[in-house]
Design a protein around this ligand. Structure first.
Ligand code: HEM
Length: 290
């Protein structure tokens, strides 16, 4: 069983040309296995979540009914990225699993939309959002350790409530970022192999071996994304995560959900009446983090 497809170059060199397409099914099956294992664990084995108590009732009383979570710009980015990713996945993989059609033009157009939206997101996240909110911090790591020991039955204190994003979401973001950036960088070079409106075709830009490795990386990141996106959609649809999904549509989550899962000290949010927002400025805690 070979994970790559090989060819012989005009110079007699054995070069990879792309991944073996059965890996598509490996990713789809891995996604479904994850659903089954996770849903079974939650239904029959998981204990109710326990957190350290956080903050005083005084702080809780200052939390508004609707807690702002994603700005309109961040939500637009998310949905444009989602639409382009689904278009990329379907145009790339349907022809490989027995539904042939002329996919390349749709694919590079969706790829260009994704590239521009990711460049926009990098600038937006770096200069207009709380950049560090999506990266694991010391408390996340300490709590991951505590949660693992508690899972193993050891007497550890419960973890703190989450900041804006739980560790799992931060790790997911890092994984999708690695796969997405690999696809964008290789995809932009691969556009030299086909006819686009951006630059003249030049299939001689790299050696056969370099092109081969690029197609392999593009394919591996692509099949990785199948499983990652399946897991993302699964969590988005799970009943206990629906308040988070709704916040990506409407921009806010309810005060009750915020107080149940989030620590006002790690993700500070104040009532607009007492905060600088009422004077037209966004307070620190209300700054959007994507
Ligand atoms: C969800 C993201 C993406 C997935 C799943 C994906 C998947 C794929 C796959 C499986 C192929 C076939 C590769 C092969 O034959 O070895 C391909 C080709 C290609 N992709 Fe992507 N891709 C994605 C994103 C992008 C992006 C962002 C761009 C452009 C910026 C892009 C541009 C291209 C181009 C130009 C080809 C070449 C077609 C050819 O040489 O015939 N892709 N993609």
């Amino acid at each position: 069983m070979d994970f790559l497809k090989w060819a012989i170059s005009p110079w007699g060199q054995r070069v990879p040309i792309h991944i073996a397409w059965f890996l598509i099914w490996v990713a789809v099956i891995a996604g479904f296995l994850f659903f089954i294992v996770h849903a079974t664990y939650l239904r029959y084995f998981a204990k109710p979540k326990e957190f350290q108590s956080s903050g005083s009732p005084l702080i809780a009383a200052r939390i508004p009914e609707h807690v702002p979570r994603h700005s309109l710009t961040a939500r637009l980015f998310h949905w444009i990225m989602a639409a382009s990713m689904f278009t990329l996945l379907f145009t790339a993989f349907l022809p490989k699993v027995g539904m042939p059609f002329d996919w390349v033009t749709y694919h590079w157009i969706a790829g260009s939309v994704l590239t521009v939206s990711i460049l926009f997101h990098i600038v937006h996240a770096s200069f207009f959002m709380d950049f560090w909110s999506i990266w694991p911090d010391k408390i996340d790591l300490r709590d991951a350790f505590r949660r693992t020991l508690r899972f193993l039955g050891k007497p550890e204190p419960p973890p703190d409530k989450f900041a804006k994003y739980p560790l799992e979401n931060k790790l997911y973001h890092a994984a999708i970022m690695a796969a997405g950036l690999s696809l964008v960088v290789t995809g932009v070079f691969m556009m030299f192999r086909v006819r686009t409106i951006f630059f003249p075709r030049n299939p001689y830009l790299f050696s056969d071996m370099t092109w081969g490795m690029m197609y392999v990386l593009h394919g591996l990141a692509g099949v990785g994304l199948i499983a990652l996106i399946m897991v993302h959609v699964y969590f988005g649809l799970r009943p206990e995560k629906r308040p988070i999904t709704k916040s990506m549509i409407f921009g806010w989550m309810s005060r009750d959900f915020y107080l149940k899962e989030h620590d006002p000290q790690r993700w500070p949010v104040e009532s607009p009446i007492s905060s600088p927002a009422s004077k037209g400025e966004a307070p620190e805690g209300l700054r959007d983090a994507g």
